[in-house]
Ligand binder design. Structure first.
Ligand code: HEC
Ligand code: HEC
Length: 370
């Protein structure tokens, strides 16, 4: 914490030490030089620890054609310091009970922050999550989070994985105590929020700043829209199929309309996941899940809320041949979605134009090197 008395102590020391330095200079030149050096060093130390933190404002870039984002940062203005703190937390194993499961263990950048190659993700004590980890990007446009929309604000989301016994298995108090024992964190909280107080609200706000800034809108698809690239014939044909058969739920430019739908997947007897109904308790929400964005979908396999599909082709075949018509199955997929094998292959080519390499490799979101 910056205390007023530390500041004045530093100012008071300066003239006293200067006077001492002057006396020593008369006696012995080399000693004086050393003293001056020490003085400079101590003044520098005083200056560093006393300087009022100057935060550097960042702003959420809204890509051309995107709707306005949710108003998530009204009370939590994004700054470079808050973002950097949020990033450090996101990559820090100490947020989990045994130190081994940072957020980034399940949300890997090269997989657009989904879990690479895992239907369900590993958490503490050899346990598994009960759902597939979604990619993390464009979260500032999500009114609600998780497959069932059970979380209503990005700022509180991390409480769920931190305290879930099958994910990070920690308590908020436990995390705060660990952070408090690290002087680097005290310094970073001060830089971001003005003093060294480490509490859950500040921790959550910093993480929201980091995650909120993750914007993915520079795929080949976007470049084509901006006239900077062009589709191949297959991609173009696939885009037409997409617009006709998929685009009303996976709506551009987010490639989700953020609604909850039942796409006619059979109920997994082990997981027995009723989706949105778990939150609303309404029968009409049974088996509905949030429409996932298809941006970066090439790298977020496996697919679906429980990761049951291992390829894009398998997902498309579900729409063609696998849809089960139950009481809540969406009218758009109820009668299955017919298409030829060629159309399917073009459609998959099109989906791959949604991969945003610059996002997957963006050093701003990569693990911080210290
Ligand atoms: C053990 C694996 C695991 C860990 C660790 C983990 N997550 Fe997740 N994350 C998931 C899964 C699985 C879901 C989907 C949960 C659901 O829908 O019920 C998810 C969902 C999310 C979502 C919602 C995305 C959306 O589109 O709705 C966000 C945001 C998120 N996680 C951030 C974090 C943060 C921040 C941390 C660290 C504090 C973290 N996760 C740690 C597996 C994990
Ligand atoms: C009725 C709305 C709707 C339509 C139409 C629709 N989808 Fe989906 N899609 C969803 C929902 C909801 C999910 C999540 C399903 C689940 O896991 O329960 C999903 C999941 C997916 C996934 C998995 C993504 C992931 O990250 O797990 C892909 C890929 C996909 N859809 C592609 C398509 C394609 C291609 C079409 C057109 C042939 C299409 N969808 C039509 C609603 C729809």
């Amino acid at each position: 914490m910056i205390k007023k008395d530390t500041i004045s102590a530093c100012f008071l020391k300066k003239p006293a030490r200067l006077a001492a330095a002057v006396r020593w200079k008369n006696l012995m030149l080399s000693a004086a030089l050393l003293a001056i050096l020490a003085l400079v060093v101590s003044m520098e130390a005083c200056r560093k620890s006393d300087a009022a933190p100057a935060v550097r404002k960042l702003s959420l870039e809204v890509p051309a054609g995107f709707p306005p984002p949710e108003d998530l940062f009204k009370d939590n203005p994004i700054t470079q310091e808050g973002f950097d703190l949020g990033k450090k937390l996101f990559y820090d194993g100490r947020l989990s009970k045994d130190g081994k499961f940072p957020c980034s263990s399940c949300h890997q950048q090269f997989a657009a922050f989904a879990t690479f190659d895992h239907a369900l993700s590993h958490g503490v004590k050899d346990q598994f999550t009960t759902r597939n980890a979604p990619g993390l990007f464009n979260l500032a446009w999500h009114r609600e989070l998780h497959w069932d929309g059970g979380i209503n604000h990005l700022e509180v989301q991390p409480l769920a994985p931190i305290t879930a016994p099958n994910e990070m298995g920690e308590t908020v108090e436990g995390v705060i105590a660990k952070l408090n024992s690290d002087s680097r964190y005290r310094e970073m909280f001060r830089a971001a929020f003005g003093d060294e107080t480490i509490n859950s609200q500040r921790m959550l706000r910093a993480m929201a700043q980091f995650m909120g800034m993750m914007v993915s809108a520079n795929a080949k698809f976007d470049q084509v829209k901006q006239g900077k690239a062009s589709f191949t014939a297959a991609e173009q044909a696939g885009y037409a199929v997409f617009q006709a058969k998929c685009g009303s739920c996976h709506k551009e430019p987010l490639f989700t309309d953020l609604s909850y739908r039942n796409t006619g997947l059979t109920l997994d007897p082990g997981l027995r996941d009723a989706g949105r109904m778990r939150i609303t308790n309404r029968r009409e929400d049974s088996l509905k899940f949030k429409v996932p964005s298809l941006r970066n979908v090439e790298v977020t396999a496996p697919y679906g809320h429980d990761g049951r599909f291992f390829s894009l082709g398998a997902v498309v075949d579900h729409y063609r041949f696998g849809v089960v018509d139950g009481p809540t199955t969406d009218p758009l997929v109820k009668r299955r979605i017919g298409m030829s094998d060629n159309e399917k292959s073009d459609l998959v080519q099109f989906l791959k134009t949604l991969t945003d390499q610059s996002f997957l490799k963006d050093p701003r979101f990569a693990e911080p090197v210290e």
